[in-house]
Design a protein around this ligand. Structure first.
Ligand code: FAD
Length: 411
C-alpha cells in the first residue's frame, strides 16, 4: 500500500501557485505544501509597476487565487515561512522555524530578487527597489507626495516606474549607462523608440551615464552621477535587474549556471526536484540550449508544466518566451528570444506608435514586438517556430497579411 505522497513547493509566487493549482487539476490527491517567504498569498507582480503602483487597482485584484482557494483545494499554504535547507539525500526541507518536511517531489519556484547597487548612500531612506507589494506601496507613497524621482536603470522595471511616476505628476529623471533604454533586450533602434516615448512625456533621460552615489542626511536628497552631475531628488527607484534566488539550491549542491539548471522536463540535477519560473535555467527544445526567462508568462506556464512532470507526464517545456509591457499609452508584447541579430525590420507606423518590429538573423525571425497592434502574437510565434524564410520587403509591407507570411509550412 502506497503511503500518501507529499509534494512540496518552495516559493509562493506565480510559478509556485500555478503549480499547486495544476497538481490538483491533474488529480493529484496527495499532500501539497506551498511555502512562501512573503506574508501575502501568491500574487502577480506586473501590476506593481503599473496600475497598482498608480493606485488604480486594489490589492485584492493582484492575487493569483482567492483567499478561500487554498483551503478549498486542500493546499497547505505556509506564508511568511522560508525554507532554509534542502537535503536531497533524505528528501527533506527545513523551514526557518525548524520544522522539517519530507517530500516525494519538490518544486523550486524561488523566483528572483533585485540586484542592489553597492555604492555610497545606498542605505539612505528613500532609495527604493521594486519586487513586492510592500515595495510598490512604499514607492506609491512617494508618488503621492510628489516632487522629483530619479530612476536608476532603464530596463523594464525602471521604464515602467518612470512612466507611472510621470503619470502621477512627478518630475522624473532616468539615469542609464547604456545609450538608450532597454538596449540590452531591444537593441539601439527600439531602445530609441522607448527613449522618445519617455522624452515626449517630459522625462529627462541621462543616457550613457552611471550613478556613483546617493547623498543626503538620513534620506536621499541627491544622486551623484559618474560625469559629475548632482541631481536633486525626493526619492530614487533603482531598477538594475534581478538575479535568480538560488541560495537554497546552491547550498543543496544542485547543478547551477545562470540559475538552477534543469532539463527539458524542468527536472534539476537532484532526483525528484523540479524548478520553474525566474529561478530556472532550463534546456529548451526549440533553442537547443538552456535559457532563463524572467517574465510573467513563463512563470504562468512553467509552473504547471513542472507540476505535470512531477506527476510523471514527461512533457518537455517548449513554449517560446513572451512578455508584455505598458508605458503611458504604449502597450507592447514581445515574443521570441534574441540575444544577437543582424537587423530589425519594422512593419507599420513607427512614428504613430502602431507597428511590429522583427529581429532577424539571416532570413529567419528571432523575435517580434507588437506595439499598440494586437492579436498577432500567435502569428509571430509561428514565424519563429517554423523558421519561415523571410523576405524583408514583404515582412515590412502591411499590405501583405502576416498570416500569409507565416502560412508557409504551417498547419
Ligand atoms: C514590478 C514588476 C513588474 C513586472 N512586470 C512584468 C510585465 O509587465 N511583464 C512580464 O512578463 N513580467 C513582468 N514581471 C516579471 C514577473 O513578475 C516575474 O517573471 C514573475 O514574478 C516570476 O514568478 P516566479 O514565481 O518565478 O517568482 P517570484 O514572483 O519571484 O516568486 C518567488 C517567491 O518565492 C519566495 N521565496 C524565495 N525563496 C524562498 C524560500 N527559500 N522559502 C520560501 N519562499 C521563498 C519569494 O519570497 C517569492 O515570493 C514584473 C516583475 C516585477 C517585480
Amino acid at each position: 500500500m502506497a503511503a500518501e505522497q507529499t509534494f512540496v513547493i518552495v516559493g509562493g509566487g506565480m510559478a509556485g501557485a500555478k503549480a499547486a493549482e495544476t497538481l490538483r487539476e491533474e488529480g493529484f490527491d496527495g499532500r501539497i505544501v506551498l511555502i512562501g517567504a512573503e506574508s501575502l498569498r501568491p500574487y502577480e507582480r506586473p501590476p506593481l509597476s503599473k496600475d497598482y503602483l498608480r493606485g488604480e487597482t486594489e490589492q485584492e485584484k493582484v492575487h493569483v487565487h482567492s483567499e478561500a482557494y487554498y483551503g478549498e483545494h486542500d493546499i497547505d499554504l505556509r506564508l511568511g515561512r522560508e525554507v532554509s535547507r534542502l537535503d536531497t539525500g533524505s528528501r527533506e526541507v527545513t523551514l526557518d522555524d525548524g520544522e522539517t518536511l519530507r517530500y516525494d517531489r519538490l518544486l523550486l519556484a524561488t523566483g528572483a530578487e533585485p540586484r542592489r547597487l553597492p555604492i555610497p548612500g545606498a542605505d539612505l531612506d528613500g532609495v527604493l527597489y521594486l519586487r513586492t507589494v510592500p515595495d510598490s506601496d512604499r514607492i506609491r507613497e512617494r508618488l503621492d507626495r510628489g516632487g522629483s524621482l530619479v530612476v536608476v536603470g532603464a530596463g523594464w522595471i525602471g521604464a515602467e516606474v518612470a512612466a507611472s511616476a510621470r503619470q502621477r505628476g512627478m518630475e522624473v529623471t532616468i539615469v542609464e549607462p547604456m545609450s538608450v533604454p532597454l538596449e540590452r533586450v531591444l537593441g539601439p533602434e527600439m531602445g530609441a523608440f522607448y527613449r522618445d516615448v519617455h522624452a515626449d512625456q517630459g522625462v529627462r533621460l541621462l543616457l550613457g551615464t552611471g550613478v556613483e552615489g546617493f547623498e543626503g542626511g538620513t534620506a536621499v536628497e541627491r544622486v551623484r552621477t559618474n560625469d559629475g552631475q548632482t541631481l536633486d531628488c525626493d526619492a530614487v527607484v533603482v531598477g538594475v535587474g534581478v538575479k535568480p534566488r538560488t541560495a537554497l539550491a546552491e547550498a543543496a549542491g544542485l547543478a547551477m549556471g545562470d540559475g538552477v539548471l534543469a532539463d527539458e522536463l524542468l527536472q534539476t540535477s537532484a532526483e525528484g526536484v523540479f524548478a520553474a519560473g525566474d529561478v530556472v535555467s532550463a534546456q529548451h527544445p526549440f533553442y537547443g540550449q538552456r535559457i532563463r526567462v524572467e517574465h510573467w508568462a513563463n512563470a504562468l506556464e512553467q509552473g504547471p508544466a513542472a507540476a505535470r512532470n512531477m506527476l510523471g507526464a514527461g512533457a518537455p517545456y517548449d513554449k517560446l518566451p513572451y512578455f508584455f509591457s505598458d508605458q503611458y499609452d504604449v502597450g507592447m508584447e514581445y515574443a521570441g528570444y534574441a540575444t544577437s541579430w543582424d537587423r530589425v525590420v519594422v512593419r507599420g507606423d513607427l512614428a504613430g506608435r502602431e507597428f511590429i518590429a522583427f529581429w532577424l538573423a539571416g532570413d529567419r525571425v528571432l523575435a517580434g514586438m507588437n506595439v499598440n497592434v494586437w492579436d498577432v502574437t500567435d502569428t509571430i510565434q509561428r514565424l519563429i517556430r517554423e523558421r519561415v524564410a523571410i523576405d524583408d520587403r514583404r515582412l515590412a509591407d502591411p499590405d501583405v497579411p502576416l498570416d500569409e507570411l507565416a502560412g508557409a509550412g504551417s498547419d
